[in-house]
Design a protein around this ligand. Structure first.
Ligand code: AMP
Ligand code: MG
Length: 414
């Protein structure tokens, strides 16, 4: 077996705490992505290259939030209804009527620009239209039902921070601020490999001893949702030299290399040795379950993350280490997924010194129940669970009724 780098032996094979592994990812890597302008229609999932400063007020003009009557608050009697003769009518998208003389009400509709004069809008449901004018009830607050210009975002304010991965509401906000195009980071090029002599691509006929590749398809889907462009490296055989050559060949063409499988300590696990031979390793054992064998290194200056082969472990370690690494390289600000406190409906024992992620289903009663099949190869535990319950390193026992942080499954995907 090839000589592993000194760095790797610095841990003496000990398990690296997840926080330390994440700190290493952050310390070792910075943004390598460029910038490009794309149409808003193509910007979902892309990373905003710089703080976005609002070029206009939103809303652009003060307007009505309801269908009703624009009035001047000071004209209203405090203790009884007020009859106001009508002056003008303003519909959305049309020039405002006005200026409205004092003592009058002006018909107005949702989204219409407020005419000059009135400062408050009465909902039509609270008014009575008569031949002499409109009768309005007392008690409304000055400025009610009026949406001031810039109330949502003021011109010159930072509307979205640089490094943000654009989600559908962000696209809506950019459009509302008049943008047709937006400057984003160029997609990170990620070379993606599976490993293992038993792995084959669907839909080839299933030969004895073979299993279809789940990880490459799952990880490619994850990467694409995160705005990366995937370079398909295919399936590598369980052979150190072939693995080493494939990684070295991909190194110059990708910003990041991602493998799954072959990072354990079995005789047929060649990825770690291949990284050590072709480049260097920063760590290869992390105190996390599922997932313990996960390797961070580089080959010819290109960072490489070696995920474990079991699909559940591959997804969990991708979320814990792959996502922060990808975000860092791609110019995105990494934000750990939100955790929600949920009461456990089960007892659980764990080893001290490692972080565990337990797949749970959360019932209508709000109680988390453990997914019944626990193997790290059970793919349906990913498709059928609601969340990962996060149990910290120092915990050894969870009792029913204990509250623990849970990460909704969907937050691992995008
Ligand atoms: P390894 O980490 O290579 O020892 O793999 C651990 C387990 O995960 C083995 O049962 C492999 O067959 C399985 N496995 C590895 N890679 C994949 C993959 N790409 N898709 C589905 N299962 C895999
Ligand atoms: Mg393998």
């Amino acid at each position: 077996m090839a000589q592993l780098s000194d760095d790797c032996f610095a841990f003496g094979g000990a398990l690296l705490p997840l926080d330390d592994a994440q700190a290493r990812v952050a310390a070792l890597h910075a943004c390598v992505a460029g910038r490009e302008e794309v149409a808003l229609e193509a910007a979902t999932g892309r990373i905003l290259a710089a703080d976005f400063i609002a070029p206009i007020d939103l809303p652009p003009q003060t307007n009505s939030a309801v269908d009703g009557y624009a009035v001047t608050h000071a004209d209203l009697l405090a203790d009884r209804p007020t009859l106001l003769p009508l002056f003008g009518r303003t519909a959305a998208g049309h020039a405002p009527a006005g200026p409205v003389p004092r003592g009058h009400a002006s018909r107005i509709f949702t989204g219409a620009v407020m005419p000059e004069g009135p400062d408050t809008v009465m909902m039509q449901e609270d008014c009575e239209a008569t031949d002499a004018g409109v009768v309005v009830q007392p008690g409304i607050r000055r400025g009610a039902n009026r949406r001031p210009a810039g109330e949502d975002v003021a011109r010159g304010a930072m509307a979205l921070p640089g490094g943000r991965r654009l989600m559908p509401p962000d696209i809506g906000l950019l459009a509302a601020l008049g943008m047709g195009r937006v400057t984003v980071r160029t997609p990170l090029r990620v070379a993606l490999f599976s490993t293992g002599d038993e792995i084959i691509d669907p839909p080839a006929p299933l030969a004895p001893g073979r299993v279809y590749d789940a990880n490459r398809f799952m990880l490619a889907a994850l990467l694409r949702r995160l705005g990366a462009s995937v370079l398909d490296g295919g399936i590598l055989p369980d052979d150190r030299r072939a693995t080493q050559e494939a990684l070295a060949a991909a190194a110059g063409r990708a910003d990041l290399m991602l493998t799954s499988g072959g990072v354990s300590t079995g005789e047929e696990d060649h990825v770690r040795a291949a990284i050590a031979a072709a480049g260097s390793l920063a760590f290869w054992r992390v105190a996390i379950k599922p997932g313990r064998p996960v390797a961070l290194g580089e080959v010819a200056g290109t960072p490489l993350l070696g995920l474990p082969g079991n699909p559940v472990a591959a997804l969990v370690t991708f979320a814990a280490l792959g996502r922060p690494l990808l975000d860092r390289l791609a110019g995105a600000v990494y934000a750990p997924p939100s955790r929600f406190a949920v009461a456990s409906g089960f007892a659980y024992r764990k080893k001290a010194g490692r972080r565990e992620y337990v797949r749970v289903q959360i019932g209508a009663d709000g109680i988390a129940r453990r997914y019944p099949k626990e193997g790290a190869g059970i793919i349906t535990s990913l498709t059928e669970s609601d969340a990962l319950m996060e149990l910290p390193e120092d915990m050894t026992e969870l009792a029913p009724g204990d509250v623990a942080p849970c990460i909704p499954m969907g937050l691992l995907h995008g």
